[in-house]
Design a protein around this ligand. Structure first.
Ligand code: ATP
Ligand code: MG
Length: 394
């Protein structure tokens, strides 16, 4: 907990205090420090207004001024510094319509979703815990700050957040909160899909995804996730997932293979996902289909490195022969070439081997055959060998 990142946060707080403001570490960093989990980002709440924060620190990025947030860069680390606030009026269970700055920490903590996320830490790393978050952490309970129903009606995304924290931490959702999710689940349909997607990705990646999945079904909240409603096949496929998934792309690839009538683009459009996720999902599906019939080396060669783990997990979910990361990396290490750039011949070489033929798509086709033959070690990666191989009708 007293690692370097926290020490720098203490200095940031000191700067703010020297200017007469209050400042505390808040939110996920405090929770994760108590749990001795890895702390990803440190958020700081302060009585200083955004303009004042910008004045005090020399390197700042005004990331969300309208919400009172300034990103402070200090000694190569980033801190989200947010002015104490409440979220005043909520219409239709969505994001707050406007942000109201307040002067004290207590009000800022009271607007937070769960007791474990409503603990503050001062510059001496002492905890300020008005909602007994530490006790809930000890009992592994996800409990709303205040009445569950009211808090979920204020912002329906919190229902999804309860599920994702269950998935990440393995905590139980406290009884009245679970009931409130069940009774108010339809409110999730008011929430922007991009916000739901952020929580869903964290949910599928969580170590306790299977437990979270049970809550998702027992409360009926899953019906309000894009494309998960009203389809028995989809429901069965999700229920059959027996492990956490490393990425959204794996989830989509698995769903597309299990329920083919729903295309990858349906998933990515409905969930408003990036082109990168779409591309990765398509690559994974193509390769898992080839995996059934083609040599492993050829699959491994085509697999982009960043999809290595995704592919291994997908073989576990959607094929009858799982491959381990170790096997996959061993196979990759022994490949003769890692990419087409390493092939000794180019399109021009292919043309020169067959001077009588006019140009056409056959050049790319032959090049592809050469690439595959070299990877599968049917021919050496030398010009003479490849030339011979092609001349003999490949
Ligand atoms: P993670 O480690 O995944 O980032 P986190 O707890 O930091 O978890 P964030 O989404 O980064 O979660 O939010 C930071 C803090 O802001 C939370 O700990 C919580 O106190 C508060 N918060 C975030 N979203 C909401 C919300 N919808 N309603 C109320 N409070 C929220
Ligand atoms: Mg966070």
């Amino acid at each position: 907990m007293t690692n370097n990142y926290f020490r720098l946060a203490q200095q940031v707080i000191l700067y703010l205090e020297e200017q007469g403001f209050q400042a505390y570490i808040v939110g996920g960093a405090v929770r994760d420090a108590i749990l001795q989990r890895k702390v990803e980002d440190i958020d700081i709440a302060t009585s200083a207004h955004p303009e004042e924060v910008q004045r005090i620190f020399s390197k700042v990025i005004p990331t969300g001024i309208q919400h009172g947030t300034v990103l402070v860069r200090y000694q190569n680390e980033s801190f989200e510094v947010t002015t104490f606030r409440t979220e005043s009026t909520y219409s239709d269970s969505r994001r707050p319509d406007n942000v109201l700055f307040v002067s004290n920490l207590q009000d800022d903590l009271a607007r937070r979703d769960f007791t474990m996320n409503a603990i503050a830490m001062n510059r001496s790393l002492e905890l300020i815990d008005p909602f007994y978050g530490q006790q809930d952490i000890e009992y592994k309970l996800i409990r709303t700050v205040g009445k569950a129903k009211e808090r979920f009606l204020e912002d329906a995304l919190r229902m999804m957040r309860a599920i994702r924290f269950q998935s990440q931490l393995g905590f139980e959702i406290e009884k009245t909160a679970l009931l409130a999710i069940q009774q108010n689940r339809q409110r999730l349909s008011k929430i922007a899909v991009e916000r739901i997607a952020v929580e869903w990705e964290k949910t599928i990646r969580g170590n306790y995804f299977l437990e979270a999945k049970k809550s998702l079904f027992s409360t009926g909240l899953f019906q309000y996730l894009p494309l998960l409603n009203n389809d028995k096949q989809v429901e069965i496929a999700i229920k059959e997932i027996h492990r956490p998934l490393p990425s959204f792309a794996v989830f989509i690839a698995y769903m597309n293979i299990s329920v083919q009538k729903i295309a990858i683009t349906d998933w990515t459009t409905q969930w408003k996902l990036s082109n990168q996720i779409k591309k990765d999902s398509k690559t994974l599906v193509q390769l898992i289909l080839q995996y059934q019939s083609e040599a492993l080396r050829w699959i491994v060669y085509q697999l982009p490195f960043h999809l290595s783990e995704d592919f291994c997990v997908l073989t576990e979910l959607s094929s009858n022969h799982a491959i381990s990361m170790q096997n996959l990396l061993n196979e990759k290490k022994t490949l003769v070439i890692q990419s087409r750039n390493e092939l000794v011949v180019t399109g021009n070489d292919i043309i020169s081997f067959f001077p009588d033929r006019s140009k056409g798509s056959w050049i790319q086709e032959l090049l592809f055959q050469v690439e595959q033959a070299v990877v599968l070690e049917k021919v050496d990666n030398t010009k003479t060998a490849i030339r011979e191989w092609l001349k003999n009708g490949s």
